[in-house]
Every structure is written in C-alpha cells, then in structure tokens.
Design a binder for this molecule. Structure first.
Ligand code: NAD
Length: 276
C-alpha cells in the first residue's frame, strides 16, 4: 500500500526548518558534534548535548546555545561505551523533550599505530564508541521515531568508512561498519518515515585531528608541518580542511522534508578525496 509519511508543516514562512524537532547529538561538547548541535539549534531543534569535558565549559556552552537560539538545550554525560548509559540518556531526553526525532551518532575516538603494535584495549574502545554506541542509540530510539512517521539517523562516519589509510585498523573497521549499519537502518525505516545516512568527512580541523599530529609525525618520522601538508591534506584535492559549519548545514538538510528520499547513503564531505 502506498502511504504518505506524516510530516510537520516546515515550510511555512518565517518558521525555522526544524522548529518542534528534538535531537540527541553524541560527542557534541567539541568539534564536529558541537558544530552539528549548533546548526540544529539554529534551525529550531531542541538538542541534548553529550560528551566529555570541563563541566563549567559545557554548562556555559549549553546556556549560550539555548539563549542564542531560543530552544531547549540539555546535556547528558553518558559514556558511549556503556549501553546502559545510552539507554538512560534516551529516557532523560524523552522525559525532557517528549520524544526524540533526530539522533546524530558522532562521538568518536582515534588511535594510530601499526597493526602489529595496535593495543587490544584501543581496538575494543574504538569499536565500542565509534560503532557499537550507534547501534545502541539507534535501537533505543528507532521504534518511537517509526511509530510517529518521522525520524532521522545521522551517522558521522568518515572518508575512512569508504577507503583505508595505514595505521588506523580499528578506526577504519569501525567506520566501514557504521556505513553498513546505516544501510540496514535505512532499509528498516524506509516505509516508516525514518531515514538513515552516513556523513563521511575528510579532514576537518577539530581537536581530534590536532591530537593525531604528533602520533602521525612519529609513525611517519616527519615534522608536524609535513604531517599537515603531506599526510592530512595530501589526498584532499581542495587542499583545505572541511569545516564543522559545512557538516552542520548538511545535517540540517538531511533532517528536512526535502531530504525524505535521501536514505542509506554515505555522503563524502572530503574535498574530493574519495574521488581519486
Ligand atoms: P573531537 O575529539 O573534537 O570530539 C569528539 C567528541 O566525542 C567529544 O565531544 C568527546 O567528548 C566525545 N567523546 C569521546 N569519547 C566519548 C565517550 N566514550 N562517550 C561520549 N562522548 C565521547 O572529534 P571530532 O573531530 O569532532 O570527531 C567527531 C566525529 O567525526 C568522530 O566520530 C570522528 O571519527 C569523525 N570524523 C572526524 C574527522 C576530522 O577530521 N575531525 C574526519 C572524519 C570523521
């Protein structure tokens, strides 16, 4: 049977595109997650922030986002390596916002080492935070989104979800896995108004990248400047880092009704890197 998915009247004049929507963005105390949370809030969505950091700084950011955008901004400190904490975060979001319409699985960590030296604990942590957490959060929110006929699952994967680089075995495996998960969720949500897409950034200037410079310099035995030029931006044909604002704008678009038919995709935002 052909069905028309229920959707909010978003295109009324003067109304922000995500007015009335509610979102959880994992790992949004920094970098890309914070950029996406800001873009969603600017577009009218209530947002639950998540991630680690200085509690005073997080609270300052929460209040700033709420005041600047006149939306409800909450914060939950759930550790993405804990299934129970993820489910509790969803319960708190539902208690506060009434529902969860959008989940952005963004929290992620990195470790760079040759395969022979790659620590087991780092492998486990990366798989848990970068991949398994997305499964838990999607599982905890999918059915209620589908029941209402609107839902958006946005998985922040990576160009490393599409191609590989040396010394990043766990990260590349987790990000490839995330794109597989995205496709499955897209198929399961397809007739129920829930879309799932992976955003695949190339290099974006954030604390995560900054932290890799010294490790990369050691692994390649080159200087920091050379890492930026010859490792990070070598294969990014635009020769510039992508920005958190660009990623935020894409996430907002994926949440609008205009993107209702975009599902199951892995969207590179990598300055042409994966076009090679
Ligand atoms: P970042 O280090 O600036 O931010 C990571 C966020 O995740 C922080 O808020 C941190 O507190 C949170 N986090 C880490 N471990 C957590 C845990 N156990 N529980 C809850 N939160 C946790 O990194 P970023 O560059 O903004 O990366 C965000 C995402 O984008 C990651 O999934 C990363 O793999 C992906 N990505 C980044 C780039 C890039 O160039 N920066 C490129 C491709 C993909």
């Amino acid at each position: 049977m052909l069905t028309i998915n229920k959707s909010e009247p978003m295109l009324q004049t003067g109304r922000r595109p995500l007015e009335g929507r509610t979102a959880i963005v994992t790992g949004s105390t920094s970098g890309i997650g914070l950029g996406i949370a800001r873009a969603l809030a600017t577009s009218g969505a209530a947002v639950m922030l998540n991630g680690f950091g200085d509690p005073m700084e997080i609270e300052r950011q929460r209040i700033e986002l709420a005041d600047e955008n006149d939306v409800d901004i909450a914060y939950d400190s759930a550790d993405m390596s804990s299934r129970d904490a993820i489910h509790l975060m969803v319960e708190r979001a539902v208690a506060r916002f009434g529902q969860v319409d959008i989940v952005v699985n963004n929290a992620g960590i990195q470790h760079v080492a040759p395969i022979g030296e790659f620590p087991q604990a780092k492998w486990d942590a990366i798989l848990s935070i970068n991949l398994t957490a997305a499964f838990h959060l999607t599982q905890a929110t999918f059915e209620q989104m589908a029941a209402r006929g609107y839902g958006r699952v946005i998985n922040v994967a990576s160009a490393h979800g599409l191609i590989a680089s040396p010394f990043k075995s766990a990260y590349v495996a987790a990000k490839h896995g995330m794109i597989g998960l995205t496709k499955v969720v897209a198929l399961e949500g397809a007739e129920r108004g829930v879309t799932a897409n992976a955003i695949c950034p190339g290099y974006v200037w954030t604390p995560l990248v900054e932290k890799q410079i010294d490790d990369q310099a050691k692994s390649h035995n080159i200087a920091r400047d050379a890492v930026i030029r010859d490792v990070f931006l070598k294969d990014q044909p635009t020769r510039r880092f992508a920005t958190v604002e660009e990623l935020g704008a894409l996430a907002v678009f994926l949440c609008t009704d205009a993107a209702a038919s975009i599902t199951g995709t892995a969207l590179p935002v990598d300055g042409g890197w994966t076009a090679h």
